[in-house]
Design a protein around this ligand. Sequence first.
Ligand code: FES
Ligand code: FES
Length: 159
Amino acid sequence: MVTVNLTINGKEYSGETEPRMLLVHFIRDVLKLKGTHIGCDTGHCGACTIQWDGKPVKSCQILAVQAQGANLKTVEGLEGPNGELSIEQESFREKFALQCGYCTSGFLMMTNYLIRNNEEMTREEIREKLHGNYCMCTGYQQIVDAVQDAQRKYFAQKK
Ligand code: FES
Ligand code: FES
């Protein structure tokens, strides 16, 4: 077993893992942060998307031991200090951009990154940038609506 020390959502964590364990399993099963989901384990669906140094990564494509000393953010890190919803969460709620919710944490982590790292995106650009995230309930229209809404709110907040 190997001890992995890392930071998630600004908090330090430490856990034991076998060298072959995937980061997504480590986050969920060892550190008990269950907001990050596993949809495929093969890098296709995006349900396991988290952020590493502010950039989105699929945590099923990384070994837990590779994350030694890493600075990660998961969906649990989106809410405000008093539990208030983030811009992205608010937009997904208002635009009905979730059905079963299984894909939602991955979409939220991508949205959080996209609205902060792009100029105003068109619907086509949003669709293109979300191509690594699947929604098995096929709610893409509302998801694109929500990303546009979150983007508007983010730019308004910056002014
Ligand atoms: S679980 Fe990682 S991409 Fe599907
Ligand atoms: S809301 Fe069900 S998979 Fe996306």
